[in-house]
Design a protein around this ligand. Structure first.
Ligand code: UDP
Length: 228
């Protein structure tokens, strides 16, 4: 028996048929990363079924971005970033020439993919709220979305980052990335109701803090010759 918080991901919703995604939506793995999250969620549910003294919270993260407002802590992926915002950041500091936009023919406001971006500091607060809940009461195995409940397109995110940084982000339009969902954003009701937690920051603050980190640390934790 014990207490456990597992960092899961909205990727377990696969390609949701509708939005916002509630915690009761059907789950599926659409890529190897998603499979690892789904498997571990299942193992957590098995652990609780085998011993009801466990208290487990599965947190499904949407798209964490931004950085600590100090500018000392931020994301620094190795190699070519897979995720949108680390890539945008590297274009802004001159490490890459342009952002490739994966698909502009989705059925969304501007044709580009829509996601629920959440400030990493809000995400951290969500964990504190989860820990409070875990130590407050006997819980079972519960799952909560950590998102803002708002959908933002790739082009909207790029525009917000350009505004925050004063840098132009050159774009290259390309085809859809295999496996990508069209629109994913969270229902935040359960976390608001049961964890008493709600994201405070919007995309403006996410971009402001990410640019602060990026401009102070254009090569992340490394040096110009230690990264590619
Ligand atoms: N995206 C993009 N160019 C990139 C990386 C991502 O256009 O270089 C798009 C992607 O197609 C998706 C959104 O940005 O619509 C968020 O992608 P990310 O990989 O950050 O998150 P995920 O798709 O896993 O939610």
């Amino acid at each position: 028996m014990g207490e456990l918080v597992f960092s899961s991901s909205a990727t377990v919703y696969g390609w949701p048929k509708e939005v916002p995604c509630t915690e009761e939506f059907p789950l599926c793995a659409v890529n190897p990363y998603g499979r690892t999250k789904l498997f571990i969620e299942e193992i957590c549910r098995d652990i609780y079924r085998s011993d009801s003294e466990w208290s487990i919270i599965l947190l499904r993260y949407f798209n964490p971005v931004g950085a600590h407002s100090s500018g000392y802590i931020g994301e620094d992926p190795r190699g070519i970033p897979n995720n949108l915002m680390p890539f945008v950041q590297q274009v802004a500091v001159g490490r890459r020439p342009a952002l490739t936009v994966f698909g502009n023919d989705y059925k969304t406001k501007d044709g580009t993919g829509v996601r629920d971006y959440i400030h990493v500091v809000d995400l951290a607060d969500g964990h504190i709220a989860a820990l409070r809940k875990l130590f407050d009461c006997k819980l079972g195995c519960e799952v909560y979305n950590l998102g803002t409940g708002k959908g933002t397109s790739v082009l909207e995110m790029v525009a917000a980052f350009e505004k925050a940084s004063g840098k132009k982000i050159p774009l290259v339009m390309a085809g859809r990335r295999p496996g990508d969902a069209e629109i994913v954003y969270a229902s935040t009701e359960k976390a608001e109701r049961e964890l008493n937690w709600k994201a405070k920051y919007g995309i403006e603050e996410m971009c402001r803090d990410q640019w602060n980190w990026a401009s102070k640390n254009p090569y992340g934790y490394g040096s110009p010759d230690s990264t590619s």
